[in-house]
Ligand binder design. Structure first.
Ligand SMILES: [Zn+2]
Length: 242
């Protein structure tokens, strides 16, 4: 007798904080502090994990939170120096000296400039885009609500003699329509709501981290050449709450 064999395998991703480095942020267009993370991947069979392998580094700009990925064997990853013995209180130039002295002395203005503020808004807008958010929960919820409601509706319509089918066929067809329509409606609504919440949360966090006020960000947004739909919705909501 043959026994079917099911092999359960997969992988796990881990990130580890490895300190700070100074480099130029392409979005802020100036030298910033970046927090560095090592990314590890370990494969598993039946949840017994093998050795973790480095799959690269992720650097996140401390101001605009734009992330940069470095391939594990790239020249940039190899020449990267990160330090754990630096805090924001030490100032950006102390970090430059420790990790990237070739940048020389960098000017540190007291307040962030317009370019930096726009970089921050752009980055939040990108991360709060509903197109990038997963919405499985919303689909399932929509289907769960839509199916019984439309099944009952189908049943009612058949009792009123409006469907031309008998009750069970009408209920079944209604249920299917509700299942599909509910899924689509749930998907759209979930993404939209999630994006709104995320945009607001990221704005609040960024304002606290960088000591910015709502009106500073609102003023900066007016200078953006184009539209930042998701972040401007977040700002409008925050202004309405305030
Ligand atoms: Zn930046």
């Amino acid at each position: 007798m043959e026994i079917p064999l099911v092999i359960v395998w997969g992988y796990r991703l881990e990130v580890e904080r490895v300190g700070w480095t100074a480099r130029r942020c392409s979005r802020c267009q100036k030298v910033q502090a970046f927090e560095c993370f090592d990314q590890w991947k370990s494969n598993h069979v039946y949840f017994i994990h093998g050795e973790a392998k480095s799959i690269g580094k992720v650097l996140i700009c401390d101001f605009c939170e734009t992330s940069v990925g470095l391939q594990p064997n790239s020249a940039e990853a190899k020449s990267l120096t990160c330090t754990r013995s630096w805090t924001k209180k030490d100032g950006l130039n102390a970090l430059v000296e420790k990790t990237n002295p070739s940048l020389g002395h960098v000017p540190v203005p007291e307040k962030p400039g317009l370019r930096e503020l726009l970089a921050l808004l752009e980055s939040i807008n990108e991360r709060a885009s509903p197109y990038k958010l997963r919405a499985e929960q919303g689909i399932a919820f929509g289907m769960l609500i839509g199916t019984p409601i439309f099944a009952v509706l189908g049943l009612l319509l058949s009792f009123l003699g409006l469907t031309g089918f008998d009750a069970s066929v009408s209920a079944f067809a209604g249920g299917w329509i509700g299942f599909l329509a509910g899924g689509v409606a749930g998907w759209i609504k979930f993404k939209w709501d999630y994006s709104k919440r995320l945009s607001e949360e990221m704005l609040i966090a960024a304002m606290q981290r960088n000591a910015l006020t709502l009106s500073t960000l609102e003023r900066a947004l007016k200078h953006y050449p184009g539209k930042l739909k998701y972040v401007s919705r977040g700002l409008t909501l925050l202004a309405a709450d305030a």
